[in-house]
Design a protein around this ligand. Structure first.
Ligand code: ZN
Length: 270
């Protein structure tokens, strides 16, 4: 077993722990008002053995499916709101976010909206309902640059970023209502825009936001959701577009639980 295999085995064990934790939360939530579950997408090079998991014949994968087989997704009949943390932003970050949102708005038909900036910082235990910060609504998706290891965010030293979409609702009928995208503020080798996937903040932000909309990785170097960070295209591929349609406006309205306090599973250690 080489180092990559050991790392992969460790990750699998941690994911099993997370799955067990989520099950426990499911049981607890039977008598609670709502359930929060987390999916994390951190972008590091996997071992070849894990690179093909989750891909569908349509060229995309999703984090999770509901009981009826449809992807867990956002409600297509409400705006999906984003805020950008103002701390540690690299040059061009706000433009990269705006460009990624515009690309995804066109590809999904969803009403994606950047509401502005915030002083809120990312956290591994960020709650999706924070009326004191964001009013009586599900908290907008927080986009932030942060130092690895800060506040329990599962961001490794060399990772470009991590996406943490958050779904609520009973098992088999979940819907995303909030989330975070945390980019690595110490990756000073990355540049604004979408010039080259190898050193592009723009493509990285776009990739992570696609995770927040519900898509996972694929083992296809022609897709932006290619499993190897730093490789692949800087724009959407055919499979990426099919996946974004699958979680997009064509799916129609969903019943969204009203905003209220939610218990969330803790994120696994990195
Ligand atoms: Zn990724």
């Amino acid at each position: 077993m080489d180092a990559a295999d050991r790392a992969s085995a460790t990750l699998r064990r941690r994911l099993r722990v997370l799955a067990a934790a989520m099950f426990a939360v499911t049981v607890l939530a039977a008598s609670a008002v709502a359930l929060g579950t987390l999916a994390t997408g951190w972008d590091r090079s996997p071992s070849p053995a894990t690179a093909t998991t989750g891909a569908s014949s349509e060229g995309f994968s999703v984090w999770e499916r509901n009981r009826d087989g449809t992807p867990v997704r956002w409600d297509a009949c409400s705006p999906i709101e984003f805020v950008v943390s103002t701390t540690s932003l690299p040059d061009g970050a706000e433009q990269d976010v705006e460009d990624a949102i515009e690309t995804l708005r066109a590809a999904t038909g969803l009403d994606l909206v950047v509401r502005g900036s915030t002083d809120e910082r990312p956290s591994g235990t960020r709650l999706p309902y924070q009326p004191e910060h964001h009013g009586e609504r599900w908290a907008p998706v927080l986009i932030a640059w942060a130092v690895p290891g800060a506040d329990g965010v599962p961001l490794g030293d060399t990772d470009r970023g991590v996406a943490i979409p958050l779904a609520v609702g009973p098992a088999g009928e979940r819907v995303y209502v909030s989330g975070q995208v945390v980019l690595n503020a110490e990756r000073h080798d990355l540049r604004p825009g979408r010039g080259d996937r190898a050193d592009s903040w723009g493509a990285t932000v776009l990739h992570e936001l696609i995770h927040v909309l519900g898509l996972g990785h694929v083992d296809d170097p022609d897709e932006l959701m290619y499993v190897h960070p730093g490789e692949g295209p800087v724009e959407l591929g055919t499979g990426d577009r099919a996946g974004l349609r699958a979680v997009g406006a064509d799916g129609g309205c969903l019943d969204v639980p009203p905003p209220r306090p939610v218990q969330v599973a803790e994120l696994p250690e990195r």
